[in-house]
Design a protein around this ligand. Sequence first.
Ligand code: SF4
Length: 252
Amino acid sequence: MSNLPRPRRAAKAPGTAQADIQPAAPTKSAQSQPAQSQPAPPASSAQPPASPARAAASSPPAAGGDKLAQLDVLKAEVAACTLCEELASTRTQTVFGVGNPNARLCFFGEAPGADEDRVGEPFVGRAGQLLDKIIEACKLRREDVYICNVLRCRPPGNRTPSGDEVTNCRRHFERQLALVQPEFVCCLGTVAAQALLDTTETIGRLRKKFFERGGMRIICTYHPAYLLRNPAAKRDVWDDMKLLMAEMGVTL
Ligand code: SF4
């Protein structure tokens, strides 16, 4: 269970929240309650105590306990979705999302690639391995966070998703994020950042600050696939991760 307070939020209707492209103010938790200042919970005899970072990574399960069931319903709807005719006819399977449904942090990428299309899980190829390293550098594990994409189907040849495809899949990712209700979202790359913030700004101009949308605090950084082509940008991503972890109250 998290040592950090998680602001209560009113339930939001999927697809109705408006993007606020104004940078958000720092959270109270980041200003006044660093993770280490709180006493650790009693350790279970069966499990080692979680690190402060991991302890700060998730929130208590949502009241009602039906979040998993609702995510399963949405996953089944997505598996049957044929809104994008080309993608539905060329995909091996839909790629819904993976991770802790009570995570405070969601990584939000672009679309499945060939490996993800084959395995049915987001970020399992080379870019996914790099994302795992980024997560580990933040003292977290892949299973501590939630991971999903703008699209749930692979665009042929890994082309950039079209505007219509983003519009089609918005109904799915809006509902998915509304169910998981992460406190923080890290958009990976231009497509994810522009889709979630409903903007045409470049990723370079969207980095280094937080945005508020539907109760989520959103930060944008480069996609791991971009880092594979431009290793020098890893330093920028690490700067963004340090900013994010500080805002979450996690000391690296
Ligand atoms: S990308 Fe999304 S909207 Fe398009 S067919 Fe796949 S699940 Fe449906």
